[in-house]
Design a protein around this ligand. Structure first.
Ligand code: NAG
Ligand code: NAG
Ligand code: NAG
Ligand code: NAG
Ligand code: NAG
Ligand code: NAG
Length: 420
């Protein structure tokens, strides 16, 4: 089990204190070592664990993929269909590397219907996820997710999707670069599925994967090499970056800690575009086009304002049990202008002969107001009386329960890896 703290929650739970200072550092470092030790123990323990998980029956979904290459098929346009025969794709309680931030069933969620929804594109079917086939495809290769905790959510999903087909002795989990890079390895395949923490893609003062809860957000909008050196040579790269931009940001020209640095507040859209340009210039020049396949995951929607879907003002995703069915539902938290900026940057890269496929998960995830951890996840700070008396005040309506919505993001990624 892996644990992660997250700053994004600050935006939601305004009551959370911002803690800084020497003692906190000590705690965080201890926390960090504990995580490392736990992972080690788990890996060792899993060697002795019984192996019934591996033989778990593969779920059969009858579907033809023949029409997938049909350019008329838009995988991102479709509807959710209740399907408790072929879903969930794995048992969350048995996933060795599940995160307590996402393990909703473990943390007491009783309504499990969020695990049973299949994404049905309008004009074709998604191919069935085959972990063995993916591992074959990843043999001697690196699949690296780069971004924020939503991207990590997708990475944990991907690890859970494949790890059940690997015996305990033939898989491992490590982290390097001070915890910025987490590496799941399928040893027999010499394949890795990795996650690199860079919530703003470019350098920022939130780059510490554990201790990133800071009052002021500062980016070095022109600097990315510190991060990029860890992922440039990967075979498949999956980026995201959205939520962390949606608050006041200062841009730093110069280095962190340098007395000559120049700080300037820059408006969200503008600074987002600047960062995407820095990112795109890096990939254009440094990524090997014949080797590396690139993806950019569009923004993940939040469900913090229930009035947007016609429920009571002041409520949020807490206690929601069903997806939204209204065609084209779109919440105010998802800024189409920022999505268009990503599109524009990807279009420009295409003119320079570099194809980055957008995984357009925004619309399909908008419908899933019931898919968030809400109050069913590990709480990092003890809850106050006031919070306990009003559970929606600490509900996480940002991340996604696993098994759940990000499994479908990975099915979309899988479809692109194999068929497009
Ligand atoms: C994403 O998919 C939705 C649903 O098909 C569509 O309405 C939207 O235009 C797409 N956006 C982009 C940027 O491709
Ligand atoms: C699937 O859902 C249907 C309808 O809710 C229910 O009758 C059935 O028992 C469920 N099957 C499983 C395997 O959960
Ligand atoms: C999954 O993929 C493997 C390797 O390509 C193949 O041998 C196996 O038959 C596939 N399983 C299913 C259920 O299609
Ligand atoms: C294992 O995979 C890495 C890439 O992840 C590659 O560089 C290395 O050559 C592979 N090792 C073998 C023995 O093929
Ligand atoms: C890890 O952190 C230490 C102290 O913060 C720093 O000096 C070192 O450069 C970092 N190492 C890497 C690989 O980032
Ligand atoms: C790019 O990748 C291809 C395929 O792996 C390899 O043959 C080629 O040498 C690489 N080019 C450079 C400049 O590294």
């Amino acid at each position: 089990m892996m644990d992660f703290k997250d700053t994004e929650l600050n935006q939601m739970a305004k009551t959370q204190p911002i803690v800084l200072g020497a003692s906190t550092w000590g705690i965080r470092n201890t926390f960090h070592s504990i995580v490392a030790i736990l992972i080690t123990i788990l890996i060792v323990a899993s060697i002795y664990a019984n192996q019934d998980g591996q033989q778990e029956e593969e779920m059969i979904r009858t579907s033809t993929n023949s029409d997938l290459s049909n350019s008329k098929c838009d995988l991102f346009s479709g509807k959710w269909v209740f399907d408790n025969k072929s879903y969930p794709l794995y048992n969350g309680q048995k996933c060795t590397f599940m995160s307590d931030q996402l393990a909703c069933e473990k943390f007491g969620r009783e309504d499990l219907s969020y695990q049973y929804w299949r994404w049905q594109p309008h004009r074709c079917d998604l191919p069935r996820f085959n972990a063995t086939a993916l591992l074959e495809r990843l043999r001697n290769r690196r699949l690296v997710f780069v971004g924020d905790s939503l991207n990590r959510n997708q990475w944990v999903s991907m690890v859970c999707l494949v790890e059940k087909s690997i015996p305990p002795t033939l898989k491992s989990m490590n982290s390097i670069a001070n915890g910025s890079l987490s590496i799941f390895k399928a040893i027999e395949y010499n394949a890795t599925i990795e996650f690199y923490w860079a919530p703003l893609l470019v350098e920022s003062n939130s780059d510490n994967p554990v201790n990133h809860r800071l009052p002021d957000r500062v980016v070095r909008v022109q600097a990315i090499e510190k991060h990029a050196r860890y992922w440039t040579d990967a075979d498949i790269l999956v980026f995201n970056s959205y939520l962390w931009w949606k608050r006041h940001i200062d841009v730093l020209w110069g280095s962190f800690g340098s007395p000559d640095g120049i700080y300037k507040a820059v408006e969200t859209l503008r600074v987002y575009e600047m960062a995407l340009r820095t990112w795109s210039e890096w990939v254009e020049i440094h990524v090997n086009r014949t080797k590396t396949h690139l993806f950019f995951v569009s923004m993940s929607p939040t469900h913090k304002r229930a009035d947007e879907w016609g429920a009571a003002y002041g409520d949020n995703c807490y206690k929601e049990t069903e997806p939204i069915t209204k065609e084209g539902y779109w919440g105010r938290g998802s800024d189409p202008r920022m999505m268009h900026l990503v599109e524009k940057v990807l279009d420009d890269l295409r003119t320079r002969d570099l194809n980055v496929q957008m995984l357009n998960i925004t619309q399909l995830s908008e419908f899933r107001k019931e898919g968030h951890p809400s109050i069913n996840r590990k709480q990092w700070e003890p809850l106050s009386e006031e919070q306990l008396s009003n559970p929606s005040s600490y509900a996480d309506c940002i991340h996604w329960c696993l098994p759940g919505v990000p499994d479908v993001w990975n099915e979309l990624l899988y479809a692109h890896i194999f068929h497009l």
